[in-house]
Design a protein around this ligand. Sequence first.
Ligand code: ADP
Length: 533
Amino acid sequence: MWFNEFLSKYKSGISHEFLFYFNVKDTMDNTRNFFRYIDDEFIKQRNFGIVAFYDISRGLTFLAPEMEREFKKIAGNEASKLFFSLPSRIFPFIDIALKSTKMALFIDHAEKIVPSGDIGSMTLEERMALIWMTEWSVNSKISSVGSTIFMLADNLADISREFLNSSYRIEPILVELPGEDERKNYIEFLLQDKSTSSEISIDEFAKLSSGLSRKSIKDIKLKAEAEGVPITFDFIKEKKHGVLQKEYGDVLDFIYPEISFEDIGGMEAAKSYLTKNIIEPIRRGDSRRVPMGILLCGPSGTGKTLLVEALAKSSGFNCVKIDMSRILGQYVGESEKNFKKCLLGAKSQEPVIVFVDEIDTAFRRGESGDSGVSRNIFSEFLQFTSNTNNRGKIIFIAATNRPDLLDAALKRAGRFDKKIPVLLPEKEERAEIFRIIIKKYGINTDIQDFVPYSEMAENYTGAEIDTVVRKAYELACNMKENHPVITDTILKEALKKCRPSTQEIEFMTELAIAECDDIDLLPEKYWPRFDRT
Ligand code: ADP
């Protein structure tokens, strides 16, 4: 927990200036906000002479009147006229106090004082604040007096990079969203008063509320109370979706999977691998066996996305999709900031499957070094995907049809435990896909056996079979608008009208086979091509 991290860093003397970020506006346990928590658990036991707060809009304030008097005594009366002024004017006086007496200083909205952006674009005011605040972090007088500085910000990426530079000793501390046990504890506390009824158990509520702060959980309860309805699965899901969408909607897609493995034709080897290595260990509670990451390789339209959704559904994990093109498309600074937010958002959904489609478009070989921004994003990404603490909690799945273009660092062992080829369906599989897709759309048909059509659909991907079925439906509607039925003639006609796009697909199939390192995941007909050297 963040507080323990802070305390151990404080005790080891690493620093006396800390930057708390992310979920800092939440309640930290059942009742206390950030300041109350620090006050009770840290300040009260340690004899601070002055406890003061500064933020741009409220200026300098004190916990108690005698502390204000003490401050004026130390810093001089002149200081008291400047309590509401900008950092450059009041910080010199705060500086005196920090060095003279044991003082705890809270600086809220640190990002407003030392905002991100390159140093050249900072205003003079911001530069002066930066100088004071960085100087405090390395000042030995301050540490010997025992003064401690607590800065707060919602997002680390909003803070000047210069400020977090390693030549200063400002320690960033991530205040995480509550974990499942903490949420459970809080929900128990909230529902004690019996003002709302709940149709689901506390355990279920705790599970469902992943990614929410205590504040948002409380909001859900208050909304149910105000609307006079009981808390139900759907009520939480709807409210949660609203909160997450508002918070992360610009960088993450939340997927609520509807399909299971039975809704995917073929892919037996992949399904069996995922069942044995992910779904079953998770059910047994043996998450150490679960791979950290999986790379799905194969031509577009072969059902890679479907596979991820079905895996999420069967494993009970949440599922988020990162759209890298949306993140990288933003202007410099913004994309980096949003990427950080996106990873935190993804992490907040633990246990979660994080899906990145078309990963090659974001992290191409040799290209990630081009600009500072994409390099930062890339290394952030590498760090996130190789963090073994996430094993069993975050499964990272990427899909690509051009594995040859991926940056080597990304493919190195440890990051993707498995590379699964997802190739064109075989004859029997295609027949199954025809049947599944017709059923999915709820279209009537008098066809029992799809094998003859699947023979005509050689080299079609699942997505192309989907197109054929929709074409057939269109033809069927043209014939009998009120009661469209896909018949033998219609399906054959549709097959004639839709062609597969062979060339690219052959090439992508080659690439996926070349990438595969486990023959068990390869259909038998490709075995002779499996390179054992
Ligand atoms: P990819 O992610 O590999 O590009 P998708 O998973 O998005 O492919 O598949 C696109 C569409 O093609 C799906 O929505 C589905 O209708 C159809 N499809 C592809 N493969 C299959 C399959 N094996 N079984 C059923 N439908 C499939």
